[in-house]
Design a protein around this ligand. Structure first.
Ligand code: P5A
Length: 436
């Protein structure tokens, strides 16, 4: 992207409505714009980050054997009457009436719809387990949308749904998803802790929230210091090996970790004072096991091994894909702007031409831009150098390549790593090689 013609409306001033760093920086770096309360348009830089996160989420879902589908955003009220949630869901549900006076709604989640798809297609226990997921926009008419895309009304969620013959099978699916989630978060550069959590309007009796610590987080959380010391690599556990799954689940759930609603003061008090940690956290994912909560009322059965009809056991598993963009920024920024982890950065590098119009500067910049093959932002604007440095830091690309007239004359550029501030003077070729 050439910044002179890029759609990147950066802001010099801090927007008054933004209370937390990620919201402030997303507006200032031109990633998003609000279009209604709690509803946002994604601009080119923001959308590239969203797509990168989505891709990682998708790869890790596929790796544990989940199958991608795409369900619509608009759902018939009828399905929600069957499960009994239509009236319970209250004002958070955006209800719509079509021209034939049919009651519809903009989906806040898809348990009912996926159960309906399943019951039409699956007949026998031999076809189980099934894990289906999609990445789709949701709408929840939140009372207090705030913090930008962190608590929006329209937001992008990855939601997966598992169907198993019995409790033992459902537990395996639950563990697979926990593993997929921890792998996803590690790849995005986030240290998440699975915490025992409430099931709320989804229902069920086993649930974990995935929390990253941040002073601006909306939940109060309590956990054992063991989570700070854990040194494991989630990719070493195989999702198809039951022993690995069990070992991983134990590792994640043996030590105390709970959100406010599930906090058990009696258990907490058995922990030594110097092992207690508490703070604020951001919920980036939430998984649920709820057995036959939907398959029973929705009359969903398969034939079991003995020929009798059984209600499959379900779980559902959500990741806030759009919320993750904000969460990454909360976890990785400084006073000057965003510091994107390599895996989700909108572009790998920013090329800063300090003297647009200078033959040597222009030639080197064009060469770098071509070599980076669509993975660089080229600041070819005629602004002063100070403004370019500030914008590059604000946008947070992992590398900055500074091309000034003095270096250009001798064929060198300055390569800066955004995360460390480290700078080195290198030839064009060496700079490209160093970025890998
Ligand atoms: C699980 C998948 C569910 O809806 N049904 C399908 C279950 N769970 S949940 O906890 O309610 O949501 C899952 C994740 O979505 C994100 N999220 C939000 N992100 C932005 N703005 C919101 N208003 C919002 N509400 C939920 C969270 O990351 C949550 O963990």
């Amino acid at each position: 992207m050439r910044l002179s013609h890029g759609f990147v409306p950066t802001l010099k001033e801090t927007p008054a409505e933004a209370q937390i760093a990620s919201h402030r920086l997303m507006l200032r770096a031109g990633l998003i714009r609000q279009t209604s309360a709690g509803i946002y348009a994604w601009l080119p830089l923001g959308l590239r980050v969203l797509r990168n996160i989505e891709r990682i989420v998708r790869e890790e879902q596929d790796r544990v054997g989940a199958q991608e589908i795409l369900m619509p955003t608009i759902q018939p009220a009828e399905l929600w009457r069957e499960s009994g949630r239509y009236d319970d869901y209250g004002k958070e549900m955006l209800r719509i009436t079509d021209r034939h006076e049919r009651e519809m709604l903009y989906g806040p989640t898809n348990e009912e719809m996926v159960t309906d798809l399943f019951r039409q297609a699956v007949r026998s226990y031999r076809e189980l387990p099934q894990i289906l997921y999609h990445i789709q926009w949701k709408f929840r008419d939140e009372v207090r949308p705030r913090f930008g895309i962190m608590r929006g009304r329209e937001f992008l969620m990855k939601d997966a749904y598992s169907f198993d013959l019995d409790h033992a099978g459902a537990v395996v699916s639950y563990r697979k998803m926990m593993l997929a989630y921890m792998r996803t978060f590690q790849r995005i550069g986030l240290q998440a802790i699975p915490m025992e959590a409430d099931t709320g309007p989804i229902g069920g009796d086993l649930s974990h929230e995935f929390i990253i610590l941040a002073p601006t987080g909306e939940s109060q959380v309590y956990f054992d210091a063991a989570f700070e010391e854990m040194d494991y690599f989630s990719a070493e556990f195989s999702p198809t090996n039951p022993d690995d799954l069990e070992r991983f689940f134990k590792l994640m759930t043996t030590h105390y970790a709970a959100t406010d609603e599930k906090h058990d003061t009696a258990r907490w008090d058995t922990l030594a004072a110097d092992r207690k940690r508490e703070g604020r956290g951001i919920e980036i994912g939430h998984i649920f096991y709820f057995g036959t909560r939907y398959t029973k009322p929705m009359n969903t059965t398969v034939t079991g091994p003995d020929g009798k009809l059984v209600h499959p056991e379900m779980g559902s598993y959500g990741v806030g894909v759009s919320r993750l963009v904000g969460a990454v920024i909360e976890a990785s920024h400084d006073d000057n702007g965003i510091i994107w982890p390599d895996t989700v950065a909108p572009y790998k590098a920013a090329i800063l031409n300090l003297k647009v119009g200078d033959t040597a500067c222009d030639a080197i910049c064009e060469k770098l831009y071509a070599a980076l093959d669509g993975n660089a932002v080229y600041d070819d604007r005629t602004d002063r150098a100070g403004a370019k440095f500030a914008d590059a830091d604000l946008m947070g690309h992992p590398w900055q390549i500074v091309v000034g007239p003095r270096g250009a004359a001798s064929g060198t550029v300055e390569l800066k790593r955004r995360a460390t501030g480290e700078r080195v003077e290198l030839s064009v070729e060496d700079a490209l090689a160093k970025m890998g």
